[in-house]
Ligand binder design. Sequence first.
Ligand SMILES: [Zn+2]
Ligand SMILES: [Zn+2]
Length: 511
Amino acid sequence: MRDMMQRYRRFMAIGILASSRVLAADVLLQDVRVYDGGGGAPYRADVRIQGTRIAQVGPHLAPRAGEQVRAEHGLALAPGFIDMHSHGDRGLLQDLNAATIARQGVTTILVGQDGDSQYPLAEYFASLQRTPAAINVASMVGQATLREQVMGKDLYRASTPAELEKMQALLARELSAGAFGLSTGLEYEASHFSSTEEVVGLSQVAAATGGFYISHVRDEADRVFDSYDEILRIGREAHIPVEITHIKLGSTGVWHQAATRMPKYFATARAEHIDLTADVYPYTYWHSTIRVTIPERDYFNPARVAKAIGDNGGPEAIRLVRYTPEPALAGQTLGQIARGWGVTPVEAFMKIVRATEAEIEPGADAMEEIVAASISEDDLRWFIAQPEIMFCSDGELHGAHPRGAGTFPRILGRYVREEKVLPLPLAIRKMTALPAQRLGLADRGRIAGGYVADLVLFDPATVLDRATIEQPQAAPVGIPEVMVSGEWVIQAGEPTGTHPGQVLRRSESGR
Ligand SMILES: [Zn+2]
Ligand SMILES: [Zn+2]
């Protein structure tokens, strides 16, 4: 019943919006090569879109009066891509075209990641419905957000039973706004001191509503395998599907072990009926704060700092991309900064942490950000090739890491076409039907009659990312048109200014 009311409300919201602008014409796409999301071989067809949905898919559909007819000459057509870990909610209301996201063919982003979500979600969703974006938005509930609401700034400790109870109540309220489950960022300061029991206690609340658990795990470096044991335990004890987000073997000490050690975790999960999955971004370097390299806050222990620098590729592989105390240093490596200051890289690291310590507020933007080596190419390829591992950008609308503008075309161009790490139909499935299934989105992620017309037209022969560290927002090539709910949001590679994006809410019957 509640679900029906939600659907009705959503329908009403769309109705009101539609009346304030010209209604989308029905569209007939002639001669497309359909990658339908199922993972099978593509096929030639015509596709008819009526209103917000795909009406017909078939070999030669006759044009109808009033229809926009487009000859696509064999261009590939796929369901719109779903980004399983995005920070695109930040600043979205000020950048409704979301061009860096939509240009990649992404039509839905899952936000509220790393333990950090908009609060309260109902309010955020209401503003997005009043002022829709070009893309659809779905959200998780962040555990650190709950901790901050209940524990204030006193976060470097485990919660008490009374605090956990308060967090559970808040979580239940946030989930009822339509969130898809719980996210954690256990490597970050605000959550690192939570016990596994706290996370299980919260996950049980998310499980009760059919939600899932997604985690930036407690340690992505030397103790990454302990982190995978922990996420399996959370799945087992909370009876909740679990997802390792932006999966990586993130320090030199654990590099080159994906093929030998990862299958065990997926096999254990299968044997114990734990629904384990993961998502990955296609870059060997990450973007975060320098602090996450030392999760225990032991920032002024020279031996720990030296190891953290080494684990992340050394001082020349760690690049400061944001530093508010001295903005001009952005772009320099830790090695360059150390030389400039006349200190060792270890001392430079400590100075950066000390200079930004006072300005770090829970939930506030970090005042320092780095890009550093995270994963070896062989491990990355192993993750990209796995049929059950989905994709994420972990990107921001205007971030310093090129993943925010390049992730999906990079997979299609570099890893599918150039390097042949996986076949195109499988890559498309991992970008569409698989995440739709994870989210319980019954009418998205496939090309078939009745599905929502979130679609991307691309050229498999030319699609490629162009974003780099120097130009992180550069547009990709080979993705000319993107449609959301039957309306073009990208044409000839540029935003149309149309904003048909919806707030997607977890359907209680969807799982
Ligand atoms: Zn993360
Ligand atoms: Zn993230």
